[in-house]
Write a protein that binds this ligand. Structure first.
Ligand SMILES: Nc1ncnc2c1ncn2[C@@H]1O[C@H](COP(=O)(O)OP(=O)(O)OP(=O)(O)O)[C@@H](O)[C@H]1O
Length: 630
């Protein structure tokens, strides 16, 4: 039998178009062919289990091989095989129409690159690297005749009978001149490692040497000999396919090290296992807080029935969990569609929601069962929790019970507990609770000490996400304000309307203000004289919470705040009229002395805000020496 024919598709020559589109991803041809081989093997196993296979199933290892001389790569399976009729149907029609559809859909689209690697081009992808493809196959059906199909990627094909003893399919690619890079052991191995590492049927590529015991030597010590064994490149039962109840912590850690060999052990993990309303398995690991470099490297891997698809899991995994590691396997994730479709796809949305819920439940459970250990991990997991609360309302609803606030003395409180903790001492005259925080304990120490002298509690908010989190908490918590310790003088930060009598008369206050205006000579300082406690600093420089947050937003490129970025920094300079030094300044005989002391008090305030530098700092040091010498 020999039959020539033309494949009936509309697009004249799909080959060059596909080749162009998939420029960077030619390597997926191997994934496609090996997964077809695996599919055919699994179909056979199913038939066998249904009693429909008349012969022994035998060894079903899929084999990948290459021949540098002949310039071929071969994928061979012992699966169900095809009859000549089936080849015409499945290869000529289905495989080619799939490819034609791909071209039709994407030839005018700018986002073609976006879907590369996500579109299972199937059998046709062989033509990305081969100038000719031979397929020799024999069906499992009794008395089936082997068939050979050849095609050069055009719409012409040829089918003949073939000599093939055993059941299954062999696909031989005659590699094109511009794809000879694939005729390389290392290259093929690395493609198999990437895409086929967890396929459910053993895949052999080459051989390996193994040392096995071979009797004893004269001293009765075991002797070893080297034997050549098949090199199986995959683990057919990866951890995520197993029942969580059968697994130990050590199994999860071992699997993590296998996935990310150079990484530190993770903090904990979540085994996902859903049957309904969609299918999803996987393991998500919480890593220790990482440097950017490592975050980039260790991404979550997405599989579909154990075939690696991509590590770009955007849209499938909620954004705040993108920093997690691990694998997700779902046949329900549509891989052959464009990004915008993926975002609106209902099963993707459900998967996304499910993952969010599972992660929240796991964190809640850890918190409840072992709070001490949970607290010890907070520095690493806090960022996920805060980011999650900020970005997903549903997550916030759960996380508000296990999100922690950390104080400067390394104590942890839930939101409710913290409210109780500061309720009596940190309520202002309008019955608002004021939470004080520091973003930099070393730089803001003067202010922290001032807060402590009033027995106020100070929260540590020095993470990269904390400036957003502070805003967010304020929106969520009722009658609660958050203020950085240096946002005002201590008396004003939590304004309890406790009036302190001023030792200065109105006249004297005016005079003090004039002296300072001259000494400071900076229009970005709003100078005022207040009657504070004599223990507070003589001069305090603050930037209001509102002003600073606006500035922060502008720095981060927040939409409407851009103009704030161009405004000069405005500070409040508060002179404590009740401080002894201010009295001394007023009483000084000479103007020169008044200026010297005012400048000194001002510079001290600048210093406590880390704002003193350059010639101002030099002058301050000189003046300090002079004053010390007096
Ligand atoms: N090694 C094989 N053994 C038996 N049948 C095969 C083999 N390879 C391909 N086929 C048949 O050819 C059909 C088309 O294959 P192709 O890879 O193009 O598409 P697919 O596997 O159905 O889908 P996908 O686009 O996801 O790969 C398959 O559905 C299968 O019936």
């Amino acid at each position: 039998m020999a039959e020539k024919g033309t494949i009936s598709i509309h697009t004249e020559n799909i080959f060059p178009i596909i080749k162009k589109f998939l420029y960077s991803d030619h390597e997926i041809f191997l994934r496609e062919l090996v997964s077809n081989a695996v599919d055919a093997t699994q179909k056979l196993k199913r038939l066998s289990s249904l009693g429909e296979l008349k012969e022994e199933i035998g060894d079903t290892t899929v084999e990948v091989s290459f021949d540098k001389e002949k310039k071929t790569i071969t994928v061979r399976d012992r699966g169900i095989g095809m009859t000549a009729e089936e080849v015409k149907k499945y290869i000529n029609q289905i495989a080619f129409s799939g490819a034609a559809e791909f071209v039709e859909k994407f030839k005018d689209k700018g986002d073609a690159k976006d879907i590369i690697g996500k579109f299972g081009l199937g059998f046709y992808s062989a033509f990305m690297v081969a100038k000719e493809v031979e397929l020799i196959t024999k069906s499992y059906q009794e008395g089936a005749e082997a068939a050979k199909w050849t095609c050069d990627g055009s719409t012409e094909f040829e089918i003949t009978t073939a000599d093939k003893e055993d059941r299954g399919t062999e696909v031989i690619l005659h590699i094109a001149d511009d794809s000879e890079e694939f005729l390389d052991e290392w290259r093929i191995k690395s493609i198999l490692d990437k895409y086929c590492k967890f396929l459910p049927v053993p895949v052999k590529f080459g051989t390996r040497e193994e040392q096995v015991e071979d009797g004893k030597d004269k001293d009765d010590k075991p002797k070893y000999k080297s034997v050549t064994k098949d090199r199986i490149i995959n683990d057919t039962e990866p951890l995520w396919t197993k029942a969580p109840a059968d697994l130990k912590d050590e199994d999860y850690l071992k699997f993590y090290r296998e996935l990310y060999p150079m990484s530190e052990d993770p903090l904990f993990w979540i085994h996902l296992n859903v049957d309904y309303p969609f299918n999803l398995t996987g393991i998500l690991y919480f890593p220790k807080a990482k440097t950017d470099f490592e975050v980039q490297k260790n991404k979550i891997q997405l599989y579909s029935r154990q075939v690696f698809i991509t590590d770009e899991v955007k849209d499938v995994v909620p954004e705040f969990l993108m920093l997690l590691h691990g694998v997700i396997d779902s046949p329900d994730i549509p891989l052959n569609v464009s990004r915008s479709y993926l975002q609106s796809d209902s099963s993707v949305k459900k998967i996304n929601n499910h993952i969010t819920k599972k992660v929240a439940d796991k964190l809640g459970e850890l918190f409840k069962n072992d709070r001490t250990s949970y607290e010890s991990k907070w520095d690493d997991i806090g960022i996920f929790v805060k980011y999650g609360m900020l970005s997903e309302e549903k997550f916030y609803e759960k996380a508000k019970d296990f999100a922690l606030l950390k104080t400067l003395d390394d104590k942890f409180f839930t939101l409710d507990e913290y409210k109780e903790h500061v309720k009596t001492n940190q309520e202002d005259k309008d019955k608002n609770l004021v939470y004080l925080y520091t973003s930099d304990p070393a730089k803001q120490d003067t202010y922290i000490q001032a807060a402590k002298s009033k027995s106020y509690d100070v929260l540590l908010m020095n993470g990269i996400i904390d400036s957003h989190f502070v805003n967010f908490l304020e929106q969520k918590l009722e009658k609660t304000q958050l203020k950085r310790v240096d946002a005002d003088t201590m008396d004003k930060l939590i304004d309890k309307d406790e009036k302190i009598e001023s030792v200065l008369s109105k006249d004297e206050e005016e005079k003090v203000k004039e002296i300072f205006e001259k000494a400071v000579n900076n229009k970005n300082m709003n100078i005022s004289v207040e009657s504070l406690s004599p223990d507070e600093m003589p001069v305090t420089i603050t930037m209001s919470e509102f002003m600073r947050r606006m500035k922060d937003m502008a720095k981060m490129g927040g939409g409407g705040y851009a103009m704030m970025g161009h405004m000069p920094d405005q500070f409040d300079l508060t002179i404590n009229g009740n401080h002894a030094i201010i009295g001394k300044i007023l009483r000084a005989k000479k103007d020169e002395k008044k200026q010297q002391l005012a400048k000194q008090a001002y510079d001290l305030a600048m210093l406590s805000q880390n704002m003193l530098s350059g010639s101002d700092l030099t002058n301050f040091i000189k003046r300090s020496i002079e004053l010390a010498g007096e």
